[in-house]
Design a protein around this ligand. Structure first.
Ligand SMILES: Nc1ncnc2c1ncn2[C@@H]1O[C@H](COP(=O)(O)OP(=O)(O)OP(=O)(O)O)[C@@H](O)[C@H]1O
Length: 361
């Protein structure tokens, strides 16, 4: 549905050219929710503005629905842009217009008659849950309600693609959840392709099917959300995931490892970091390996979260037993789809420093 080919965006900065996008290639499929995440200054806004050609890229091509937008200008570009709705962080509502009239605005611009506008706007207000507030002005509604107006307005021209540029960044966590729930509902009900730009992994976690991580103007990692969350490769991805599933072991846990180690070696002992993903994490895997291989497992630390209804999480486990059954247990866990990282502990003094443990994946 969307394809970006070799997009370069260079701005004229006060102290020389600024390369905001350095050769971005991206493909968003019809009907998916595609998240683009990055830190401040990574190039997210530049990227989203390129998709609807609010910014013309310095070089590269932008295909939306099979058409290269960079070949269009004037009226042809304006008409093509109607296929691309956009929702902004600060809502961008007109304060002098009511909720109804804000949603109606793009339809007025497109030249629709009053009765047609009425017929389009009312179901949209119903969809976003604002029918009762149709005559209020932006100053008389909450931030979450303003964003609902923004979403209804973005859908008014029945776009094929919806871009969300940090749409929830100005909202509290609960309102964020409800707005993301609404976007997901729209995606499911209408099969609308959604591209979400965000700096929050929570947003990606809750609604995206696939994710691309942007860093210094380049896509450094991309893939299905579950895959990227469980096997992040790039340092930026790791640190962004760290915000929702902390990777560091607390000092109290490290102290417990030292105590366990000082009890003296019984065969082999290992600190394992297990990353679970998907339906398999419901299975009684740990009790199964304990029974099957006759080893001891102590859960030291863990966090199980959920990505789109699927369990996802990590456990730090201290494993003790004879060396061979331990290795067999690790192999068994891996065969069951658990990503296992091992840190072999020879003695208490070998307990790695805090940060090193955090990097174990
Ligand atoms: N009009 C401009 N002129 C010059 N430099 C710009 C311009 N717009 C953006 N930049 C620079 O391009 C780089 C990418 O900016 P961009 O706004 O795309 O990043 P971002 O990821 O959206 O950041 P944020 O989350 O802080 O909005 C930054 O270094 C920024 O300073």
């Amino acid at each position: 549905m969307i394809e970006l080919r070799d997009i370069v965006q260079t701005y004229k900065g006060s102290s020389g050219p600024v390369e905001a996008l350095r050769g971005v290639n991206l493909e968003v499929k019809q009907g998916e929710v595609y998240g683009i995440i990055g830190r401040s200054g990574a190039g997210k806004s530049s990227l989203v503005r390129v998709i609807n050609l609010l910014n013309r890229p310095t070089s590269g091509q932008v295909f939306v629905g099979g058409r290269d937008l960079t070949t269009l200008d004037g009226d042809a570009l304006r008409v093509a842009r109607r296929d691309i709705g956009i929702v902004f962080q600060h809502f961008n509502l007109l304060s002098s217009r009511t909720v109804f009239d804000n949603v109606a605005l793009p339809l007025e611009i497109a030249g629709l008659g009053q009765s047609e506008i009425q017929a389009r706007v009312e179901p949209l207000l119903e969809l976003v849950g604002l029918s009762a507030l149709r005559d209020r002005f932006p100053a008389q509604i909450s931030g979450g309600q303003k964003q609902r107006v923004g979403i209804a307005r973005a859908l008014a021209n029945r776009p094929k693609v919806l871009l969300s540029d940090e749409a929830t960044s100005a909202l509290d966590p609960e309102t964020t959840r409800s707005i993301l729930g609404l976007l997901k509902q729209i995606n499911r009900e209408f099969g609308l392709t959604i591209v979400l730009i965000t700096h929050q992994m929570q947003v990606i976690k809750q609604v995206a099917d696939r994710v691309a991580v942007i860093d210094a103007g380049r896509i450094v990692e991309s893939g299905p959300v579950m895959e990227v969350f469980t096997r992040p490769q790039h340092a930026t991805t790791k640190s962004l995931i760290d915000e929702i599933v902390p990777q560091e072991l607390p000092e109290s846990v490290l102290a417990r490892i030292r105590t366990l180690m000082s009890a003296g070696p019984v065969g082999g002992s290992q600190l394992l970091r297990l990353a679970f993903a998907g339906a398999g994490s419901d299975a009684p895997l740990l009790s199964d390996v304990i029974r099957r291989f006759g080893i001891d497992l102590s859960i030291l630390h863990g966090q199980i979260d959920e990505i789109q209804g699927q369990p996802f999480g990590t456990l730090a486990v201290f494993a003790r037993g004879a060396r061979e059954p331990l290795q067999a247990a690790v192999a068994h866990l891996r065969a069951a789809g658990v990503a296992v990282q091992e840190v072999i502990q020879e003695s208490a003094s070998a307990v790695p420093a805090h940060r090193e443990l955090a990097d174990v994946r």
